[in-house]
Design a protein around this ligand. Sequence first.
Ligand SMILES: C[S@@+](CC[C@H](N)C(=O)[O-])C[C@H]1O[C@@H](n2cnc3c(N)ncnc32)[C@H](O)[C@@H]1O
Length: 234
Amino acid sequence: MKIEIITIFPDLFTEVFRFGMIQQAQQKGLLEIEAINLRDFTTDRHRTVDDRPFGGGVGMVMKPEPLFAAVESCMGDNSSPPHVVLLSPQGQLFDQNKAKELSLMTRLILICGRYEGVDQRVADHLVDEEISLGDYVLSGGEFGAAVIVDAVSRLIPGVLGRGDSVLQDSFMDGMLDYPHYTRPAQFRDWKVPESLLSGNHREIERWREEQSLKLTKRRRPDLLHVKENDNESS
Ligand SMILES: C[S@@+](CC[C@H](N)C(=O)[O-])C[C@H]1O[C@@H](n2cnc3c(N)ncnc32)[C@H](O)[C@@H]1O
């Protein structure tokens, strides 16, 4: 999978993808990430990417021309057509299902807004979808793009080994993950639950399912409703 990130701050990404699973995915040739400097697609001496809003008001708006030029330049390289995403608080909320969906793409372009946001014609005519990281406002799309790259990369087949099965992760089956413990079996006054020490795989499996259900009911009952509705409609 190739992911191109269009940003006015490409240097923000020089270190962030050089660690752990994302670095390994790149070394295995399963993932290629490129940060593209939006200013390289400007035509004026000052490399201007923003302008004042029509209708007045505070703040600046990102101009459409450099953004269209940047995306069209990515599309011009004859590889598979990319899925183009604009990071935006007005977009659809990013969740594990969206991460799964994006992990099936061969090519992804993530556009990071700044200032008051981007000219509406970008959202209307350039991108396939707008994605929001949550109901809060960030100063730019870059950290959201990094979150999307991380969540999507670990779902690309072959990126994680069999020992790191993502299938048991929270949200993969509409539930939260069960609690995990490691040695020592007792730390201070706190003991690891007996079931996990029993060596009985069925009992361990039952305990994990119960814990996962309990935790989901207590903290995220909304997930169970979604799961019930999915089961009814299938
Ligand atoms: C300061 S924000 C613009 C906020 C915009 N005026 C609004 O109120 O919706 C600048 C850029 O940060 C990014 N951004 C901010 N919050 C975001 C969020 N929750 N999810 C995704 N991107 C976000 C977007 O790319 C946005 O264009």
